[in-house]
Design a protein around this ligand. Structure first.
Ligand SMILES: [Zn+2]
Length: 510
């Protein structure tokens, strides 16, 4: 934030003289707070309950609320904590901004629904009809090779260069008649409105073409380009179809194409269950083995066996022996026993996790959970990673429903299975996402359709471990390096930074 705020202050004439240079003595300024005549700006993180509690606030600006953690260090929803700071002011102003994420979980969507829902209406340059810009209107003329926007009234082909004038003549119109009020207003804008020279309709279409075959990319595109939430798919895949597509590779051996090993461990009162998964390019994965270690988590023998698996060498079809790169273990049950074992292991390949249904991201930054006798967090203690189980299950089910195309190409995220028994596949598909009405709002939640679902849990924990390693961001070059081709490649082509369209919501309380 200091990198954005400090340059803004020094570049703005009317602000520069009001905020003293932080290098001068008694400036009243630090990286996170700036004094000016009549007030102070304080910047804090959504993961800091101390920052969110520290002082009363009259003007509150909350940015990217859908990226906030589900709770601020276990002290509650950071959005609620921050808003509570404003209650002492009769004339307060709260401004909430975000790129939306997942339908039913998104904070900005929930807030926006309570507003008058203003959209920006722009006039057609041909017929003058006012309309909002929607994805359905973007049209690629295959003869001209040109991308235009088709007017919903006269069907005229609006060109990119028309946009400047349309934006100038546009107006915000409230669309939610039930919530029209002076106090709570909301704005929605997508990337199709980007001014000429920023993100063109052509670029939006190109980004779509790149994203459309990969659910993760398509979700990101929907959130950032259209400013819309992504609806998770939650119908359970058919276990029989998965059973029928089993492959004849050896259980316990890493198949060709799998270069990274992760494991997910589920803790039960009489056993540990774990799956070892190999990962390759484009999140393609192979189940290498599924094991059960019988015994109570209070028995040291159980943990000794788990440590042996951490040190095990797995044979690969390509001749290289591999170890588990990252193991994720659930700490929701037998928490103290799990922590005790994790303390004996390296933080570089073991992570203690806890599933959070409401998390908007698959993996949250870890928090330290070990405290000393004075209640301070211990630097080298156990770190707990909260994982978004709902998102991870939805991603998995999307992947499980994919099939190989006729030309034999493999879709992104495709899962391979060896000849496991039917029980494994029944457990893997043992939940479904259902919609319930809670306090008048639809709420999506996962429900078990069978008693046993350990295979599903193990798989999403193994996936969380793979995300923690960063495999989603690895380039082809990085995969080549890992696979053993040791060519050094400079100047990796990183994707350009995406624009961040936003749903904007402003709330006035007078
Ligand atoms: Zn028109």
């Amino acid at each position: 934030m200091s990198r954005r705020l400090a340059p803004l202050i020094s570049a703005t004439d009317c602000l520069r003289n009001k905020v003293k240079d932080p290098r001068s003595r008694d400036s009243g300024n630090t990286v996170q707070s700036k004094e000016f005549p009549g007030g102070i700006v304080v910047i804090t993180g959504a993961n800091s309950p101390v920052g969110l509690r520290s002082m009363p606030v009259r003007y509150l600006f909350l940015d990217e609320v859908d990226a906030y953690p589900p709770d601020a260090d276990s002290e509650g929803d950071p959005l609620t904590l921050a808003i509570q700071r404003t209650t002492t002011f009769a004339r307060r102003k709260i401004f909430i901004v975000s790129t939306p994420t997942i339908k039913g979980l998104s904070r900005i969507e929930r807030e926006f629904e309570e507003t008058d829902q203003r959209y920006f209406f722009v006039p057609c340059p041909f017929c003058g009809h006012f309309q909002t810009l929607k994805w359905e209107g973007v049209h690629c003329d295959s003869n001209l090779g040109e991308v235009t926007y088709v007017c919903e009234a006269c069907k005229g082909n609006i060109e990119e260069h028309h946009k400047t004038d349309m934006l100038r003549r546009g107006e915000w119109r409230a669309t939610n008649q039930e919530k029209i009020s002076e106090k709570v207003i909301g704005f929605h804008l997508n990337s199709l409105y980007s001014p000429v020279g920023w993100l063109s309709w052509n670029a939006c279409l190109q980004n779509y073409e790149m994203a459309k075959d990969d659910e993760q990319l398509l979700k990101a595109w929907t959130n950032t380009t259209l400013g819309l939430t992504w609806e998770e798919k939650g119908d359970a895949p058919d276990w029989g179809v998965l059973f029928d597509r089993r492959e004849k590779y050896r259980i316990g051996v890493v198949p060709k194409g799998g270069y990274i090993l992760t494991a997910g461990v589920d803790v039960q009162n009489d056993r540990l269950e774990l799956e070892i998964v190999a990962w390759g390019k484009n999140r393609e994965s192979w189940s290498v083995d599924y094991r059960t270690i019988y015994g109570s988590p209070t028995s040291p023998e159980v943990w000794k066996k788990l440590s042996e698996i951490v040190n095990e060498n797995f044979e690969s079809e390509d001749g290289v022996s591999r170890k588990i790169n990252m193991l994720a273990i659930d700490s929701g049950f037998s928490t103290q026993e799990v922590y005790a074992w994790v303390r004996t292991q390296s933080i570089h390949n073991i992570m203690a996790i806890k599933g959070i249904d409401s998390s908007l991201v698959p993996l949250n930054a870890p928090t330290k959970v070990d405290v000393n006798i004075r209640g301070r967090k211990i630097t080298n203690g156990v770190r707990l990673w909260k994982i978004g189980v709902s998102i991870l299950k939805s991603e998995l089910y999307g992947w499980l429903k994919q099939t190989r195309s006729e030309d034999g190409s493999i879709p992104h995220g495709y899962l391979h299975f060896p000849e496991y028994n039917t029980e494994y596949f029944k457990q893997l598909t043992a939940e479904q996402l259902v919609t319930k009405i809670v306090k008048g709002y639809p709420k999506r939640e996962w429900q078990k359709t069978r008693d046993r679902n350990e295979a599903l849990d193990c798989r999403i924990y193994a996936r969380a471990a793979a995300i923690a390693l960063g495999i989603d961001r690895w380039t082809d070059q990085k995969w080549e390096q890992i696979s053993g081709a040791k060519e050094k490649i400079e100047n990796q082509n990183l994707p350009a930074k995406k624009s961040r369209p936003k749903i904007i919501k402003s709330r006035w309380i007078v």
